[in-house]
Write a protein that binds this ligand. Structure first.
Ligand code: HEM
Ligand code: HEM
Length: 193
């Protein structure tokens, strides 16, 4: 696979890969609750001023996450990843690769579908000052379906992240192997030791 040999001798993710990983986590920790709350608040207040601000924040942060994930994928293809933890079975390796690549795919799809949805809906303005460039012309009927798809893909992403975190904790507390340590912020010290 492209660039995958680069880090084969290393046992932990590079500083760059770890920064990308934990920045993505931090931004999603804001983005998902804001998405859920703004939709709830829109329903109960019929879109008050704060709801509109939350929608603007969600759209803006969503595009920032999209840019971050694109940069992360370019970095990933250029630098590769460390070889799999040596104690993992073939089944474990396949499951972890499948989860990781599905997460990357969803982290591209979710914001692009959201962007397409607001383009079709004609709701591209953020904070009343800037207009996000359109991905398509207005089409109200299509907008509803596309935004529903955005919602279900976001739920799927959250479910997959739940499994991913469960797996990381399983490795740390039950299997007691080195998988979690490869991605922790202080992981680089292991390679320097
Ligand atoms: C990784 C990035 C993103 C994540 C994880 C995410 C997640 C979510 C979530 C969880 C909801 C609430 C769904 C619900 O319960 O109804 C939501 C709604 C929404 N998102 Fe996103 N979103 C992201 C990016 C974007 C982007 C880039 C845009 C537009 C530029 C966008 C536009 C919207 C809109 C308009 C809604 C409301 C949909 C509705 O009212 O049916 N999102 N998003
Ligand atoms: C928003 C949540 C998260 C997302 C989207 C996410 C995504 C990813 C992705 C895409 C990879 C693959 C890296 C690569 O090989 O290119 C990865 C690896 C990893 N993640 Fe996460 N992650 C999240 C949260 C977490 C959390 C909370 C933990 C710890 C409890 C964690 C622990 C790990 C570990 C240990 C690896 C390396 C696995 C290995 O050695 O192969 N992740 N993550």
């Amino acid at each position: 696979m492209a660039g995958s040999a680069t880090l084969d001798r290393q046992t932990t993710y590079s500083t760059g890969a770890r920064h990308f990983h934990w920045w993505t986590v931090a931004l999603l920790l804001i983005q998902v609750p804001v998405g859920l709350y703004m939709v709830y608040r829109g329903n109960v207040t019929n879109f008050d001023a704060l709801t509109n601000t939350l929608y603007s924040a969600h759209k803006t942060l969503g595009l920032v996450i999209l840019a971050l994930v694109v940069a992360r994928l370019i970095y990933r293809f250029a630098h590769g990843a460390p070889a799999d933890e040596p104690t993992l079975s073939r089944w474990h390796k396949a499951a972890s690769h499948a989860t990781h690549w599905s997460l990357y795919l969803l982290l591209i799809l979710v914001p692009v579908v959201g962007w397409l949805g607001i383009s079709l809906y004609g709701a591209r303005e953020v904070f009343g000052i800037v207009s996000i460039p359109p991905l398509a012309g207005p089409n109200q009927a299509a907008a509803e379906g596309v935004l529903l798809l955005h919602r279900y893909l976001a739920y799927l992403t959250v479910a997959l992240i739940g499994m991913h975190i469960g797996a990381a904790l399983f490795h740390y507390f039950i299997r007691r192997d080195g998988v979690l340590a490869r991605m922790l912020p202080q992981a680089g010290r292991r390679d320097l030791a």
